[in-house]
Design a protein around this ligand. Sequence first.
Ligand code: NAP
Length: 288
Amino acid sequence: MIIKLGFIGAGTAGTALAVQLSQRGYPVVAVASRTFASAQGLAGKVPECQACEMPQQVADAAELVFITTPDDAIASVVAKLRWSAGKTVVHCSGAASLDVLETARQAGAQVGGFHPLQTFASAQQAIQNLPGSAFGIEAEGELLDRLAKMAQAMEGDWVQLQGEDKVLYHAAAVFACNYWITLIRVASELWEHFGADSSKAIKALMPLLRGTLLNVESVGLPNCLTGPIARGDLGTIEKHMAALEKEAPEFLALYRELGLHTIPVALGKGRVDDAGAEAMKKKLTTGA
Ligand SMILES: NC(=O)c1ccc[n+]([C@@H]2O[C@H](COP(=O)([O-])OP(=O)(O)OC[C@H]3O[C@@H](n4cnc5c(N)ncnc54)[C@H](OP(=O)(O)O)[C@@H]3O)[C@@H](O)[C@H]2O)c1
């Protein structure tokens, strides 16, 4: 049975989910946001969707309401609304558990979490990125089935999460997505030391980044690892550390730390033996 959906929070995640679910046959009937202009913006992208002035209108019109506000606003937005049995409330946060929907649950509503494991930097790009993404679902029984079907309708895989696992699950996403960006920034800043600006560096690094991702996808861990640690090239590691100490000492501790976490991958690949791993560990830890 396909049910009527509503959205409270008309930002990037809300827009992407509303547009993609609507295109896959889920009726998105109502949307509200902090500002009416944002609600109108989302409603303009989804056929038959009404922009509402008040979030309560969405809770009344839809059977399943997605709360797509910033994480910190979810609990207070939900607590201000009237819920009843027969309604379902779902948030899209990766880190929050179902506790933030407790007031709706106490009023008889079913509650769940539906987190797209994807990065949305703008509404347009979010609409494009969403299909094929994996989803972290916190729900049981009939609601789990319903949300899993939505993930599948968007060509995505899904994983069931327990509330206590969510924070670690989200920390993993921060490593894979946000901190990867931090590493790209570090790389591009190092390019500035030899006179190339950041945009030139990013352009040059893009094929390397794409190649790395393709290797992860096709060859997998640990065999996708290349570079001095994968080869046990102690001399190159030593030169990197000396250059960083001289030119960009602010990144030396990060280089050491990441190197230490890369050694087990190199050992797994098998091109480095225990003695080689120990030597690299000593070099990265003590510099000797
Ligand atoms: N961005 C991502 O990459 C991503 C990925 C996965 C999951 N998520 C999750 O998706 C949810 C939304 O994130 P987002 O990135 O889409 O945030 P966002 O782009 O900042 O959008 C949040 C929207 O919520 C609205 N809003 C803020 N406070 C509100 C309130 N008190 N009542 C009603 N609406 C309110 C804002 O309204 P106005 O525009 O009207 O001011 C804004 O449109 C979060 O739970 C986040 O964890 C995000």
